[in-house]
Design a protein around this ligand. Structure first.
Ligand SMILES: *Cc1c(COP(=O)(O)O)cnc(C)c1O
Length: 500
């Protein structure tokens, strides 16, 4: 299988090349030449399989230039109980017969980014070997908090690879900040940017597009790649858990094989929910994909009206990993929805660049509406939801998951749909413990306490253990202190690679 650029001006490449390159040279994103089909019989054959077996099956179908042994090796290296604190890797927790929560935060950094970033270093190392890469690979990461830590943890001390992470100085939680600033490893840099996530992401994208800068990098024996969800190597592992959770529901006799279910996905860069879209197109019985947004509700508006408009204030919310106004992966959906028209995608992306907005035609609008549904939740509603879910089910949700749960309630009220539903849970409640503690313990109980005291307090109150990766964070040594202005990303990359 070949991979194509959504903008049509990068020649088709192998999976290994797409993963190594990250972003296509024309600024587009790589997509598979065709979407793999999984038949009902193949789905049946996966019943009873464990996460690694399902991952191996799905990944082999897309990474056709990797040998079966190589895919197996990547999967085994990533999804083990040494790395994940649950034997199911992505356990499904049933709140009721109709509502199930898929916990994607059992990995080392306590957010769903681990599902892909634990395996990406393995995929990339093999990709470099297969394509005869001689240069050292430099992974540039723009993060709204979770990707940065997950990339650092996945890539630390991997030979032949360097990692440089940029995060918005004021856009991450105290726990997220310390997770990154205390990162060990001989190949990692972490830099705070005086700007928001979009500044970080635009700065990194500019470097990818800067031919002179790339020539300079090559002269110094470096080559850029990406660990953001623009990289196909990030997307493809995420398809797996849509399948594994579906199969789990069949195994638990919660649904019949073939019965359609909904997925609710807390969405920012549109990577997670896009993997759900691919799973559906591959043949997984999915009814609706429900896109949950916070107050930065660009995607909700787009799904409702067909107008994408980023000309608005960037709002800081208590679900910071979804504080995004430019959802990169939407480009992949637009490519599919437009009948794979690279020309149309180029037009829209140019309009987005120049005017900050674009509008799709009625046909595409209607297609999107038939697959997706979207709404947003305010911070206040998010806090109330955490509290209500805790009181009703004794189940602790983080802020992002609570946005999804709230939007799911809105969906049920609006549509009356009673299809069984999986709510995707993207972070441990201890990762965003300040808001979670406030919701569960009340504002008065949290006043004047720092986030690390609150971790303990929340754990004592709920009886839920603090995950390994978040324990004693405030006692670890801070190893990174770089801080740069919003437009200083290029310089910072050069400096951290010793290029002056
Ligand atoms: C990254 C992230 C999201 C958003 O996922 P996208 O793939 O960017 O849509 C949601 N919740 C958490 C906790 C995240 O880390």
């Amino acid at each position: 299988m070949q991979y194509l650029s959504t903008r049509g001006q990068n020649e088709p490449v192998t999976a290994a090349q797409a993963i190594k390159q990250g972003l296509a040279s024309d600024g587009g994103l790589f997509v598979p030449g065709e979407i793999v089909a999984v038949s009902r019989e193949q789905l049946n054959n996966l019943l009873g399989a464990d996460y690694s077996q399902i991952a191996t099956t799905i990944l082999s179908r897309y990474l056709v230039d990797y040998t079966a042994g190589e895919v197996q090796q990547c999967v085994t290296g990533a999804y083990s109980v040494e790395k994940f604190d649950h034997q199911d890797i992505a356990p499904l927790h049933s709140l009721s017969a109709d509502i199930h929560v898929l916990e994607l935060w059992r990995g080392p950094t306590c957010a769903f980014k681990d599902m892909a970033l634990q395996i990406l270093p393995h995929l990339l190392t093999i990709a470099a070997k297969k394509t005869g890469e001689k240069n050292e690979i430099v992974i540039l990461v723009a993060t709204s908090g979770d990707t940065g830590k997950a990339a650092l943890e996945g890539f630390k001390d991997v030979p032949g690879i360097r990692v440089v992470v940029f995060f918005p100085e004021k856009g991450v939680s105290a726990v997220q900040r310390l997770q990154m600033l205390t990162q060990q490893g001989n190949n990692v840099s972490v830099i705070a940017v005086q700007g928001n996530f979009d500044d970080c992401q635009s700065g990194v994208k500019q470097i990818f597009a800067d031919l002179d800068f790339n020539r300079r990098l090559n002269a110094n024996q470096y080559r850029l790649s990406s660990a953001n969800s623009i990289n196909w190597g990030r997307l493809v592992p995420q398809i797996v858990y849509y399948f594994s959770s579906y199969l789990k529901l069949v195994e638990k006799k919660q649904i019949r094989m073939g019965e359609k279910i909904n997925f609710v996905v807390p969405t920012g860069n549109f990577g997670n929910i896009l993997a759900g879209y691919y799973a559906r197109q591959m043949g997984l019985p999915v009814n609706r994909l429900i896109c949950a947004a916070n107050a930065n509700n660009v995607l909700t508006e787009f799904i409702k009206t067909g107008i994408y408009n980023r000309n608005r204030d960037f709002l800081k919310t208590i679900s910071p990993s979804m504080d995004i106004l430019i959802s990169s992966n939407l480009e992949r959906l637009l490519f599919e929805m437009s009948g794979r028209s690279a020309g149309k995608v180029r037009d829209w992306m140019q309009q987005l660049q120049e005017q900050g907005r674009y509008e799709v035609d009625d046909n595409i609008k209607n297609q999107i509406k038939s697959l997706f549904w979207s709404d947003s939740a305010t911070d206040e509603a998010t806090i109330q939801t955490i509290k209500a879910v805790w009181e009703q089910y004794y189940y602790l949700m983080d802020t992002h998951t609570a946005v999804a749960f709230k939007v799911f309630n809105n969906y049920k009220n609006d549509t009356g749909d009673s299809t069984k539903t999986v709510v995707i849970s993207t972070a441990s409640p201890f990762k965003f413990n300040n808001s979670v503690a406030q919701a569960v313990l009340g504002t008065a109980a949290v006043a004047g306490q720092n986030d690390f005291e609150l971790l303990e307090k929340l754990s004592r109150h709920t009886g839920w253990p603090i995950p390994e990766g978040l324990r004693n964070l405030d006692q670890k040594t801070v190893l990174h202190s770089g801080k740069i202005p919003g437009d200083g990303i290029g310089q910072a990359v050069a400096a951290s690679l010793g290029m002056g």
